[in-house]
Design a protein around this ligand. Structure first.
Ligand code: ADP
Length: 246
């Protein structure tokens, strides 16, 4: 694949074309709510937008779901299946659409794998290497939230936590809820360790939806402006600028 050459070649790729915007955070942090609002906003302004989410490849879904249901996955096979899912979406959608100038919105990106797989005991450099072909995003929003609040939101939406999301494969606790808190707490620590090096924009996930969305849009606007300045397409952005609160 053209997009999967070495790291050095990838370093400059985020200036090439398209815009890649990513949301990260633990489940219940509110990231999907925010990226959907951005999606609607940008589409309503006529931008070409593509939305992609973690673990959603048609090709890989069946086997991942089978392995998860039967609790048969080891940390390594869990990691490999998710990276296959990502590679499939990257080759088929993310990379070609960025090349075509789209704004690609990703609900979770490589940082999810880096955080989760590391907590599961995979070597972080091994994981990082698996995803080394992936373009660096133009923007990464990290939704920071205490685990307690996130879990309360999840439980109010559905009655039961899932085996792997609760980290039950790690034997942290026999109690699902306890295990979830320990596991997700460790994932938060991994995310926090990436904030500075990966230039995460930290969003306070405890704020109300509108407040968060305003901050998110301001940052999206700034990025669009920067990219469009490079491309000499200022008029396009000023149309958005007057309407960030819509
Ligand atoms: P995630 O994608 O991080 O799992 P979601 O966006 O799906 O999170 O939100 C999880 C739940 O929390 C949903 O029921 C959603 O409506 C609710 N929610 C999202 N943002 C907020 C917020 N700022 N305050 C209160 N509840 C929220």
């Amino acid at each position: 694949m053209e997009g999967s050459n070495n790291n050095n070649n990838n370093k400059n790729k985020n200036n090439e074309s398209g815009i890649l915007i990513v949301v990260e955070g633990i489940d219940g942090s509110g990231k999907s709510t925010q990226i959907h609002l951005v999606d609607r906003w940008l589409r309503s302004k006529g931008y070409d937008v593509f939305f992609t989410e973690w673990n959603s490849s048609e090709t890989v879904r069946e086997i991942t779901s089978k392995g998860k249901k039967k609790a048969r996955l080891t940390p390594m096979t869990f990691s490999l299946l998710h990276s296959t899912d990502f590679a499939d979406r990257y080759e088929k959608n993310i990379y070609p659409l960025l090349r075509a100038g789209y704004i690609v919105l990703a609900d979770r990106y490589i940082y999810t794998a880096l955080a989760r797989d590391t907590v599961r005991g995979c070597d972080q450099s091994w994981v990082r290497n698996m995803y080394s072909y992936a373009r660096k995003p133009d923007l990464v929003f990290y939704f920071r939230i205490p685990v307690e609040i996130a879990v309360t939101r999840i439980i109010s939406g559905r009655p039961k936590l899932k085996h792997y999301e609760a980290g039950m494969d790690l034997g942290l606790s026999k109690d699902e809820y306890e295990s979830y808190k320990i596991f997700q707490g460790r994932i938060v620590d991994e995310y926090e360790s990436m904030v500075s090096d990966e230039n995460f924009i930290v969003i306070d996930g405890t704020l109300d939806i509108e407040k968060q969305q305003n901050t998110v849009r301001r940052n999206v606007l700034r990025t669009l402006k920067l990219k469009n300045q490079i491309r000499g397409n200022i008029a396009r952005v000023s149309q958005l600028e007057t309407n960030t609160d819509e």
